[in-house]
Design a protein around this ligand. Structure first.
Ligand code: HEC
Length: 161
């Protein structure tokens, strides 16, 4: 009986240490979650709501002389498919497969063509859920009107991948 108190005393610190570890871990989890949430909020704020399609006229002009059959090669040449393909490293970007079907509902009221136009030239205007805004923003300088039109026309076909 006399040895019991000393046993208790020697065990107490272990529980104290465990309790401290638990509190510290919980604190880290809370900090991590709130940091992630504020990051998501920032992304949400960066997305400007649209009440009309501001690109419609320009996109129509680009598509008028566009040649969709050049697009597959262009998205290779401009490096788009380094990120936009099935099996890309860390699933860095959504693959182009099926984009013609989803582009029109990603960001109302943008049409599929206007959405692809905006996503290519101003990738941070709207960031697809589940992805980070890592796409280069210098495509406006790099893409000629012809190439841009061809890429948009190609991505509007069911063959895009
Ligand atoms: C460094 C990787 C990278 C490259 C290169 C890249 N993109 Fe992207 N792109 C992304 C990421 C990541 C997203 C999703 C996040 C966002 O919306 O910004 C995206 C989004 C898009 C979207 C919207 C896709 C969807 O499913 O809604 C389109 C369209 C697009 N990019 C077109 C292009 C075109 C065209 C090129 C080449 C001229 C290109 N991208 C080059 C990373 C890239």
């Amino acid at each position: 009986m006399t040895s019991e108190p000393s046993k208790k005393n020697s065990r107490l610190p272990v529980y104290v240490v465990l309790a401290i570890l638990l509190v510290v871990t919980a604190a880290f989890i809370v900090i991590f979650i709130s940091a992630t949430q504020s990051e998501l909020q920032l992304q949400g704020e960066a997305t400007a709501e649209l009440t009309e399609d501001p690109y419609a006229e320009r996109v129509a002009a680009l598509l008028e002389g566009a040649d969709a059959s050049r697009g597959a090669l262009l998205v290779e040449q401009y490096g788009c498919t380094a990120c936009h393909r099935e099996g890309a490293v860390n699933k860095i970007a959504p693959p182009f497969t099926g984009i013609a079907d989803i582009a029109g509902s990603r960001r109302p009221p943008l049409s599929a063509a206007s959405y692809i136009y905006e996503s290519t030239l101003h990738p941070t205007a709207f960031v697809v859920e589940g992805f980070l805004p890592v796409m280069a923003v210098d495509y406006p300088e790099r893409l000629s009107d012809q190439d841009l039109g061809d890429v948009i026309a190609y991505l509007l076909t069911p063959d895009a991948h």
